[in-house]
Design a protein around this ligand. Sequence first.
Ligand code: SF4
Length: 427
Amino acid sequence: MEDSLKENIYFMWLSGMNMPDHNTINRFRGKRLEGHLKDIFSAVVLLLSEEGHLSIREVFVDGTKIEANANRYTFVWGKAIATQKQKIRGQLESLWSYAQNIYNAELKEPETPDFTEISAEKVEETIRQINQKLKDKEIDKEVKKKLEYGAKHWPENIRKYQSQQEILNGRNSFSKTDTDATFMRTKEDHMKNGQLKPCYNWQFSTNNQFVVNYTVTQTTTDTTKLIEHLESHKDQYGSYPETATADSGYGSEENYQFIEENEIEGFIKFNYFHKEQTRKFKEDIFRRENHYYNPDQDCFYCPMGQKMQKIGEGKRKTSTGFEQQVSYYQAQNCQRCPLRWGCHKAKGERIIEVNLNLERHKQNARDLLLSPEGIEHRKRRPAEVEAAFGNIKQNKGFRRFLLRGRKKVEIETGLIALAHNLSKIRA
Ligand code: SF4
């Protein structure tokens, strides 16, 4: 750009003959645009909407992973940290019990510490206590070595693990060269094998193949990111879209609940949406989904026509903290049933677990998706967001970020989305 501003007449005209050097341009991109680009992006989208190019009321949502500008071999895994901490915990326990075995009476006070949660200070204090008790005593060489090693390295390691866990903030992994990037499985390796690479997950909503909104997320699943994405739409445009269309990766109870509460018409598939349309699925009398439910009596009927009475309820929480309520229904006389062979393998009576709220949402989604309007939305969906991703990744060759850190990556995403929209008008 620096060169073009000096040589290219179009760039000269655009910049009004200003000729900033590449450092100034880079600083403008990385720092001055921070916190402002999304507003500029939405102002352009609104302008495009007024001109009739797109509608912000009807959006198609999907996600894709873009490789971060980070070294793919400098990873930190949450599970490895947990394992290392567990190892230190185990060694501390064994050292403590070694000391207790030899000098039982002396070590009864203080009581054995609780090693469930360990901190650098606790490790230091425990080793200090053990050393104090074993002072002037003859102890095993290996134990002595371990105590020396532990005193030197474990507190420092625990501090390192704690700061890494803070960076992880619930994620499974991060790259040391861009700590905001998470390792995700991508589809696009040249050998067509899935590869784990440090990535960010783009969530885009489009209309008429124009990008209406974008969010950059750090987790690999799309399911838990729809609400954040729709909230961001509201922040930018003052209200939620009227309709949202997305694939089955977004069909969760929490998402359905959210769109219902916020009066968004959601053409969002769920797992099994396509499978349940097949004859094999419909004719499988043993599938729980094909059992008749009587809402007045709150009971199901099994393939033998026996009533399945409700026997209890349970609650569970999803990874996002959303509470789900499930009900259990039990059949009767399974032992003597002639259909037992194909029905279930459990020893006693068959028990089924049903989330009635999710079933209600799925029925609403099914009605919408199978309506003429739903079929139209489903037809359009693959040619909407995928086309924008295809243009950016394949035609423009953008497959890896140039900047590091989530804030800068968001700016880069905004610039790419803005450029995509503007180039579409030109086209
Ligand atoms: S085995 Fe039990 S649940 Fe299955 S059809 Fe027979 S009675 Fe109904």
